[in-house]
Design a protein around this ligand. Structure first.
Ligand code: PMP
Length: 395
């Protein structure tokens, strides 16, 4: 049953089926697009392309409608049960989404003496904007302290106990990551709310979780104020992303100034992508990508030449483990003797496209590179087995 589901979904990705000699294993960087998304874009551009929110003629109205419908669909997809209390802003990706939360919302919100907690070991897109916000405030004489969100060395999770001790009356904001883009682990952000108390806004970088596992905001599991994700990693076109913002804790995100023409084709592609992912089933996708990642880590753990990042061998992945130790479709490793960029070239000579560099991890330049394998719904067990055979031969 699983194999036929796998094949059925895989067959819907034209770029994948057109290149049987190649294996795309870099979905954490960007995803491939199913035909439904390509068709939706072509249909839009050939039937009703116009600017949004301007016209008094049917194409313009249709465009406005599609943009508004996408906003509603983003809320639904994120399990938002109180859509009247949230807003969705379209951005060019997660980087721009995090920047806009920092620039348009955090800067006006903070006052002298405030403290913010942000991740220093996650994606650099989830560090720079907060540092920049603090710098620009300081230039205006508003002194804001930036502190590192504490991490548990053993699991890679945020250390919610240490966090609870760090939170004080001046703590005004926390930024966190849902699934780590290097380690692939769920950072157990559901514990953050309890640690920071009910009043501190939390911004979640969900670039690696949306589209890979069910992300449901609002409930006790994910009581956060901002969810930032990237459309191009969830099957939509490049240059697409969104910020979901809750309006009830602190002021809503306020886009500043004249908004200009939105990326309507990107937004239309996001609408089709969300419909497609919903139909495929986020729970099922989550099981699939975890299974493939587990198949790879199980093998690498047995080979002394490889070091898997962020996952001690004693935690060898198995589905009985808590989510923190599970791999949401991402496995990053190094070879003891082969430099990571060379390993990247060797793997490509066998048709495997992987990421091999510093992976945009904040502070990672000193750590040397690594190879990251990241899968999505169009990857198969057979591909992972072929990769395992190549990695075996290099061990
Ligand atoms: N945050 C995380 C966790 C990511 O993995 C990425 C993409 N590598 C980004 C942010 C940046 O996303 P985008 O490419 O959409 O700007």
């Amino acid at each position: 049953e699983d194999a036929s589901w796998e094949q059925k979904l895989r067959s819907q990705f034209p770029i994948v089926t057109a290149h049987p000699e190649l294996t795309y294993l870099d979905s954490a960087a960007t995803s491939q697009k199913p035909r439904a998304v390509l068709d939706a874009v072509a249909t839009y551009l050939t039937t009703s392309n116009a600017n949004a929110g301007r016209g008094t003629y049917p194409w313009a109205n249709r465009t406005t409608e599609l943009v508004e419908r996408t906003r509603e669909r983003v809320k639904e997809f994120l399990g938002d049960r109180q859509p009247e209390r949230s807003t969705v802003h379209f951005t060019s990706g997660a980087t721009e989404g995090l920047r806009s939360v920092a620039r348009d919302w955090l800067v006006p919100y903070l006052t002298d003496g405030d403290e913010i907690l942000v991740p220093f070991g996650d994606h650099q897109a989830n560090l720079e904007p907060w540092l920049e916000a603090a710098r620009s405030l300081r230039q205006r004489g508003v002194d804001v302290t930036v502190r590192a969100l504490p991490v548990q060395a053993s699991s890679g999770d945020y250390d919610h106990r240490a966090l609870a001790r760090m939170v004080g009356p001046r703590t005004r904001f926390v930024a966190a990551t849902h699934v780590h883009h290097v380690y692939g682990g769920d950072m157990n952000v559901h514990r953050l709310r309890a640690a920071v108390g009910p009043d501190v806004p939390i911004c979640l970088d969900a670039a690696q979780s949306v589209g890979h596992l069910p992300v449901r905001v609002g409930g006790p599991d994910l009581d956060v104020d901002f969810v930032v994700f990237s459309g191009h990693k969830v099957m939509a076109l490049p240059g697409t992303g969104a910020v979901w913002a809750r309006n009830t804790r602190g002021p809503a995100l306020r886009p500043t100034g004249w908004q200009g023409t939105p990326n309507t084709t990107g937004i239309v592609s996001l609408l089709a992508a969300i419909d497609w992912l919903d139909e495929a089933g986020p729970e099922r996708i989550a099981r699939h990508v975890t299974r493939l990642a587990t198949r790879l880590t199980d093998r690498l753990h047995r080979l002394d030449s490889y070091e898997i990042l962020g996952c001690p061998a004693s935690l060898a992945v198995d589905s009985a483990l808590p989510t923190a130790q599970r791999r949401h479709g991402i496995v990053t490793f190094r070879h003891r003797d082969i430099p990571s960029d060379d390993l990247g070239f060797i793997l490509y000579s066998h048709g495997f496209m992987v990421r091999a560099d510093n992976l945009c991890q904040a502070g990672a330049d000193e750590m040397g590179g690594a190879v990251r394998v990241s899968v999505h719904v169009y990857n198969t067990e057979e591909e992972i087995d072929r990769l395992r055979a190549v990695l075996d031969s290099l061990a």
